[in-house]
Design a protein around this ligand. Structure first.
Ligand code: ADP
Ligand code: MG
Length: 257
């Protein structure tokens, strides 16, 4: 029965996306993680990624179930796609035009741009036909230009941002606060660095903006949170105090019991 469904999915996407014949059965290592779309598999093949890394194999199945997850793995172990693949699948399946699909935070501009490129590369086929775009919001580009892009281009539904620039943008723009009133997924990449020192207060403010705006517009509780880092200093996370964060922490406590 599973095979039949896979075949059906394959045909639908081949017809729709004009991609070469892809036999999903040729990706046994990736298919163990859950049902990935043919477009994602094609993107992975193009880069020669024949099987998931360890952190990807552990994180992707949980993430695809909608679980909040926390992943710790060394630098270079493929953490970007551990959260990136589930997000690309959401881009493909998303029907809710009013929702931002994912907000990904990284501690530096370079990293945000690197993540954006990596996701655009793997998601190339999805992006070709999807009404959505992946966009980075970082310092170094004119803030006016970013405002214009965000305001008038409704397609940027996956946003990779540094906390400073993101905060600057939403503090000035009520419309952008509304724009991010509904988010499906929140990612903290390099979470330890993200929450260090100067960034901590920025991040706390951002979560308040997101949390407050959501209360008035969205009845659904919380968003899916994915946190990745090479190291974890739990005291940093415990200091964060928003509703969604409490929900996340509660989930984790239950899970570890
Ligand atoms: P991290 O965030 O853990 O430091 P990255 O996500 O930046 O690691 O990935 C490190 C490198 O590994 C990148 O060049 C990426 O393209 C590559 N990579 C990611 N996933 C795979 C995979 N499944 N197979 C082979 N290479 C991969
Ligand atoms: Mg990384």
């Amino acid at each position: 029965e599973d095979v039949e469904e896979d075949e059906l999915q394959s045909q639908v996407f081949n017809a729709d996306l004009d991609i070469e014949d892809v036999d999903v059965a040729e990706f046994p290592e990736w298919n163990k993680l859950g049902k990935l779309s043919v477009t994602t598999l094609q993107g992975l093949t193009k880069l020669g990624f024949s099987k998931p890394t360890d952190i990807q194999a552990k994180a992707i199945p949980e993430a695809m179930k909608g679980e909040d997850i926390m992943g710790k793995a060394a630098t270079g172990s493929g953490k970007t796609l551990a959260y990136g693949i589930p997000i690309l699948e959401k881009m493909l399946n998303n029907k809710d035009q009013s929702k931002a699909i994912a907000l990904i935070f990284t501690p530096t501009r370079e990293l945000a741009q690197q993540v954006t490129k990596h996701l655009q590369q793997i998601g190339e086929l999805i992006l070709k036909k999807s009404p959505y775009a992946i966009m980075s919001l970082t310092g170094g580009l004119s803030i006016q230009k970013q405002e214009r892009l965000l305001k008038y281009d409704g397609s940027a539904r996956v946003v990779v941002a540094t906390p400073g620039r993101f905060l600057e943008l939403i503090e000035k723009n009520e419309s952008l606060v509304k724009r991010f009133a509904k988010i499906d997924t929140l990612v903290l990449d390099e979470a330890d660095r993200l929450l260090q020192d100067g960034h901590f207060d920025e991040f706390e403010k951002i979560l308040k903006y997101l949390g407050n705006s959501r209360k008035s517009t969205d009845k659904k509780e919380g968003w899916q949170t994915m946190i990745f880092s090479a190291t974890f200093a739990m005291d940093l996370f415990n200091k964060l105090s928003t509703t969604s964060w409490s929900k996340f922490k509660k989930g984790k406590e239950n899970a570890s019991e």
